[in-house]
Design a protein around this ligand. Sequence first.
Ligand SMILES: [Zn+2]
Length: 355
Amino acid sequence: MSKKLLLPAFFPDATYGTIHSVPLHLLSPTIPGIIVTTLHYHLLNLDAVPLRKRLPLLQDKIILSDSGGFQVLSLIHNSKKGKITKEGAFFNFNGIQVKLTPEKSQEIQHNIGSDIRVVLDYPLMGHETKSTIKKSVEITTAWAKRAKDTFLQLLGISNKEFAKTSPVIKTNSKGQKYIQFDRPLLFAVVQGGNSKEFRELSARQLTKIGFDGYGFGGWPLTPDGKFNTEIIKIFANSLPKNKILYGMGIGTPDDIAKSVKLGLTLFDCVIPTRNARHGLLYVTKGNGETYGKHFDVLRIRKQEYNNDLRPLDSKCNCPVCQSYTRSYIRFLLKQKNPVGFTLASLHNLYFYLLR
Ligand SMILES: [Zn+2]
C-alpha cells in the first residue's frame, strides 16, 4: 500500500467518513484524503468493517483518524460528564458509558483501516494551572508509549522496523514537499498548553519515543482568543524538521498561512464547511468584503447580494463558481435548502484545498 502525500495538505473533516453536506464524489478529485472521528465511528459500531470496504471511493485516498482525545476534551472539560485517570478517559456519550484507553483508541483506528493514526492524548483548553499542564504532559507521554506498543503489535512490526520505515519529508523536482509510505503511520500529540517549558518537555519526551509525525494538541490561542503564533513557533522548533507537523483543527486561511511559514504541513478544520452553512464564504483578496490578510469573505445572506449575478469568486475554478450566482446561492441559504449548504460548503472546501 504505497501512498504519497503532497505537502502542505488539508484534510476535510468527515466524522463518519462523510463530509457535512458534501457527497464525497463531488470532492474526490481534489482531496488527498479525509479525517474521520474515531469515537463517533466506534460508538455506532461502524468499525466492524474497514472504512475503505464501506466506501470504495476512498480506495486511493488517505484516511486519517483522530484519537478520540478531542471529544474527550469537549465531553469531560465542557460538560463535566467524566474523568481522566492514568488508565484512560471515562465519560458518558449520548447515554453510553465509555472507557477509552490508548490501546482501545489504536484498536479502533486499526479496525477503521486508517493510514494515519493518532495516539490518545490528554488535551487542555489552554487556561489551566501549571500543575494540570504538568499532569497532561505526563499522562500524554505515558499514553503515547502504550499507544505505540499497541500499534506495533497490531501491525506485527518491531520498534526498529518502525524507525526504519518512518517516512521523512522529501522535495520533488518541482520543488514540492511530500512523504511516501508503505505502512500506516502513527502520530503523537504534543501538549503543554501555552507554556514554553511544558511544550518543549512534551516534544522532547515524544521525540524520544519516536513517531512518524507530531500534532499540536489543545487550542493554539492566547488568553484573549487570538491565534498564538508564538506557541506554534515553539512547537515547530522543538520537533524534527523532516517529520510532518500537524496543526490539528487549524484554522482560518490566515492561521494556516502563518503555520505553514513556521513549518507545519498538515491541517484539518471544520471551519470551511461550518461557516459555509452559516453563509460565510471565502473568496480571493479583492473579490469580497475585507476580512483577513490572505482572503476576503462574502456574508452571502446579506441583502446586497440579492440581485448580484456574479459568481461567488470570479477567480475560483470550482464547479459552483462555474454554474451559480451569488444571488441564487443566497436564495438557497436563506431558504435553508440543503442544496445551498452543499454548494456553499463545496466552494469553501475548494478555497481551502486549492491554495
Ligand atoms: Zn468557487
